[in-house]
Design a protein around this ligand. Structure first.
Ligand code: ADP
Length: 246
């Protein structure tokens, strides 16, 4: 599998404290990866580096065919290049319907300025319907987003990110605060999404990670402590000691 993102030898310090320490990470196109680790392991800082929010002190962050360095791009250029990020708290427009939110995301993809003169084509309406189907909200297209449940808002936000056709989607604790049924649906959405793009899921809930059924990267003190299947990493003694044994 060709790699989409290659992070190597990356370190970043905050006031002399190494939050990321010689980190190496690779993900291929259409790959799902779970990133786990105790609080303070560097998960958020890792995502901040990939999205360009935080600049590392050293190391390389290569993208695509590797001729591109994400380190030479601005945050918006990185987003344009195809890195999407979902934060924990959904940022849907509550007074707009599900369909309107998805359409707004499509407009945003064209270009931020296109929002002004955007007229939705038939293809755009079809795409909105497809996206709603992918996130399981077809029956809620005309509902105001503010009336949706917590889980549904999260799915809508994922749909809005998918509308922008990222090549890599970073998702921060997508199952937080969800019911078991909602978690299951979230797993389905992410697994489906990872068939055509890379998805990195940062998650605390081990059962959720297990259901994603993907390679797992365990971070600890800003470095990779273990990597492999969920069974491999959860039987690793170093992982048990720093993470599971707490
Ligand atoms: P995680 O997301 O795994 O909980 P973080 O990436 O948020 O870990 O944090 C890693 C370490 O870096 C923590 O010790 C945190 O306190 C520290 N850190 C993160 N961001 C900053 C910052 N802007 N200034 C100072 N310290 C920071």
């Amino acid at each position: 599998m060709s790699s989409l993102l290659e992070v190597s030898g990356v370190s970043v310090s905050f006031d002399g404290f190494k939050a990321i320490n010689n980190l190496t990470f690779q993900i291929g196109e259409a790959e799902m990866r779970a990133v786990i680790g105790p609080n303070g392991a560097g998960k958020t800082t890792f995502m901040d580096i990939v999205t360009g929010k935080t600049r590392p002190d050293e190391g390389r962050v290569l993208w695509g065919d590797k001729s591109q360095s994400l380190l030479s791009m601005s945050e918006s250029q990185i987003a344009q290049a195809g890195v999407g990020r979902k934060f924990q708290r959904p940022t849907v427009f509550e007074d707009q319907t599900v369909a309107e939110n998805l359409m707004l995301a499509l407009k945003k993809k064209r270009s931020p300025l296109a929002v002004l003169g955007f007229r939705a084509s038939r293809a755009d309406h079809t795409r909105v319907a497809e996206l709603a189907d992918e996130i399981g909200l077809s029956a809620a297209l005309d509902r105001k987003s503010g009336e949706l449940s917590h889980g549904q808002k999260q799915w809508l936000e994922i749909g809005m990110l998918l509308a922008q056709e990222p090549k890599l989607l970073l998702v921060d604790e997508p199952a937080a605060g969800m019911t078991p049924a909602e978690r299951e649906h979230t797993t389905d959405i992410l697994v489906e999404a990872a068939k055509t793009r890379a998805v990195v899921v940062v998650e605390h809930d081990m059962e959720f990670v297990r259901r994603l059924n993907c390679k797992v990267t365990v971070l600890h003190e800003g470095s990779v402590l273990a990597e492999g299947s969920i069974d491999h990493v959860t039987s690793d003694e170093a992982v048990i000691e720093v993470y599971l044994g707490r």
